[in-house]
Design a protein around this ligand. Structure first.
Ligand code: ATP
Ligand code: MG
Length: 222
C-alpha cells in the first residue's frame, strides 16, 4: 500500500550547515493497517509524514503508493492524488483563520466541484461527530486548541480518504477527547482506511498493527 525505499531528506540552512532530517528509511505499511510512528522531538516524524503524504519531496529515495512510484509524479498529479485519496491532520492544524469551522472542513470539496449545500451538509455531519455541532460558524480564533484540532480532523475526513496521515492528532487535547479521536480513527480503520499516525501518546500502541520507532532520522528496528 505505502512503501518507501531509502528515503533521505536534508535541509540546507543558510546554504552552509546541512541538517539530515531523515536518512535511509525503507518501510512498508500494508493496506488497511494502523501504523504508528514514535520517537522523540526532532527525530524526523513530521518530515517523514510529509514525504509519505507527498506534501514534500525527498532529497533521495522513493515513495510508492498502491505500487506507483509517486516520487516521479508531477506536482499537479500529486495534488490530485492528495485531493482524492489522502486526508491530513497537521501538527499545527493549518486551519484558515478567516473561515468558519464548516468552511474549513468543506474547503477540500471545492476543487471537486461539489455544491454549497452538499459541502455544508457533509461538514456539519463531520463536525457533529466531533461534537462541534454548536461551533459550525466559529472561526479558529474563537475555538480552543482541542476544538481546532477536531475541526482539522473533520477536514481530513471530508473527501472520504483511503489514507489518513495524522501528525500528533491528540497532542493538544484532554484524555476524554483523545479517547474519542482514537475511537474515531479505529472506526475508520474498520471501514478500510489505512492510518499512519505520529504520536507520543501511548494509547495508540493498543490500536496499532505496526509501530515504527524513529531515532535521529532513522528507524530503530527492535
Ligand atoms: N524546514 C526545515 N529546515 C531545516 N531543518 C528542518 C526543517 N524541518 C525540519 N528540520 C529539522 O529536521 C529534523 C526533524 O524534524 P521533524 O520536524 O521531522 O521532527 P519531529 O520528529 O516531527 O519532531 P516533533 O516531535 O518535535 O514534532 C529536526 O532536526 C529539525 O530541526
Ligand atoms: Mg513533528
Amino acid at each position: 500500500m505505502i512503501r518507501t525505499e531509502n528515503l533521505c531528506k536534508s535541509y540546507r540552512w543558510h546554504t552552509r550547515q546541512e541538517v539530515r532530517a531523515i536518512h535511509d528509511i525503507s518501510l512498508h505499511i500494508p493496506k488497511n493497517s494502523f501504523a504508528v510512528l514514535n520517537g522523540p522531538s526532532g527525530s524526523g516524524k513530521t518530515t517523514l509524514l510529509n514525504i509519505i503524504g507527498t506534501l514534500d519531496r525527498p532529497t533521495t529515495g522513493k515513495v510508492f503508493i498502491y505500487g506507483e512510484e509517486v516520487t516521479l509524479f508531477s506536482d499537479i498529479a500529486l495534488a490530485r492524488l492528495r485531493r482524492e485519496k489522502i486526508g491530513f491532520i497537521f501538527q499545527d492544524f493549518h486551519l484558515m483563520p478567516r473561515l468558519a469551522s464548516w468552511e474549513n472542513v468543506s474547503y477540500p470539496l471545492i476543487p471537486l466541484g461539489i455544491g454549497f449545500k452538499e459541502r455544508y451538509e457533509r461538514a456539519k455531519f463531520l463536525l457533529e461527530t466531533m461534537e462541534l455541532g454548536d461551533r459550525l460558524n466559529h472561526t479558529p480564533e474563537e475555538l480552543s486548541g482541542g476544538q481546532q484540532q477536531r475541526v482539522a480532523i473533520a477536514r481530513a475526513m471530508i473527501n472520504n480518504p483511503e489514507i489518513i496521515i495524522a501528525d500528533e492528532p491528540t497532542s493538544n487535547i484532554d484524555d476524554e477527547t483523545s479517547a474519542h479521536i482514537l475511537k474515531f480513527l479505529n472506526e475508520l480503520k474498520a471501514r478500510g482506511v489505512t492510518i499512519l499516525v505520529a504520536s507520543h501518546d501511548a494509547s495508540f500502541k493498543k490500536l496499532s498493527d505496526v509501530t515504527f520507532k524513529m531515532k535521529n532520522g532513522g528507524i530503530e528496528w527492535l
